[in-house]
Design a protein around this ligand. Structure first.
Ligand code: BTN
Length: 244
């Protein structure tokens, strides 16, 4: 599947590079990897700290035959692939925080950014960005308290290409399974690594903040949150705080 890997020494954002290649008709499965991003972006318009030589900054071009409402499931499938790939390459077990964060000892080690081009109800292409803090030993002031890297946790230096190879290997079969059998088939794998489930959380959406217990995800990957008045909310997209 991943026949074309485009390497850039320095990109503004591999998402931007991938969107451009997508518009030029690049094959599905094309991957962009950069050693550094000067304008790395995160979810909700945030920036993503992407210094050279230390992290994994990559984006994949996908053209899944799925409906628009199903596309967020690709973030969950990617999270499973990243967790499994990191573990295969480094023996480190990372947790998933719905929908797109990966945590190590409660701190953010990686994030996934899924952006799509779609008609009203059909997805044309999906660009999945993966950012992993691998060998950083320091972080800027604003993310210091919440971010970490594999190296900061263990004191070892990791081979980024080996981690990328394992992630792409994992992603390939997980994505095939997802397309042929549906997300519900992979849900147990996601649940096995999810820290959000059963916890008290606050879900912040542009409209409201809801506090309650995350009961799980449904067959479609939607978060089920029971609020303090026992009302069940289906959350499609939100920023999640794990409350203490
Ligand atoms: C998040 O947690 O907010 C998502 C972060 C995604 C970062 C990756 S790094 C590679 C790709 N290029 C970007 O500009 N962003 C994603």
């Amino acid at each position: 599947m991943f026949q074309h890997i485009n390497y850039e020494e320095s990109a503004v954002s591999t998402q931007i590079s991938a969107h451009k290649l997508d518009a030029e008709g690049a094959l599905a499965g094309t991957v962009v990897v950069a050693n550094e991003q000067t304008g790395g972006r995160g979810r909700l318009g945030r920036s993503w700290y992407s210094p050279p030589d230390t992290g994994i900054w990559m984006s994949m071009i996908l053209r899944p035959e799925v409906e628009l409402r199903e596309a967020p499931q690709i973030t969950l499938v990617t999270a499973i692939a990243v967790v499994r790939g990191i573990e295969k390459a480094t023996d480190i077990e990372v947790d998933i925080k719905w929908p797109n964060d990966l945590l190590l000892c409660g701190k953010k080690i990686a994030g996934i950014l899924t952006e799509m081009q779609a008609d009203p109800d059909r997805v044309n292409s999906v660009i999945v960005g993966i950012g992993i803090n691998v060998n950083q030993t320091s972080f800027p002031e604003d993310v210091k308290g919440v971010a970490t890297s594999l190296s900061a946790m263990t004191g070892k230096i990791y081979h980024r290409a080996a981690i990328i190879a394992e992630i792409l290997n994992e992603f390939q079969w997980l994505y095939d399974t997802y397309l042929t059998k549906g997300f519900s088939f992979l849900k147990p794998l996601w649940e096995a690594r999810a820290v959000t489930i059963g916890k008290k959380i606050i879900a912040r959406t542009p409209k409201e903040s809801i506090e309650g217990i995350a009961e799980g995800i449904d067959e479609e990957g939607v978060l089920l949150l029971r609020d303090n008045n026992n009302k069940l909310h289906r959350i499609y997209s939100a920023d999640i705080d794990l409350s203490k």
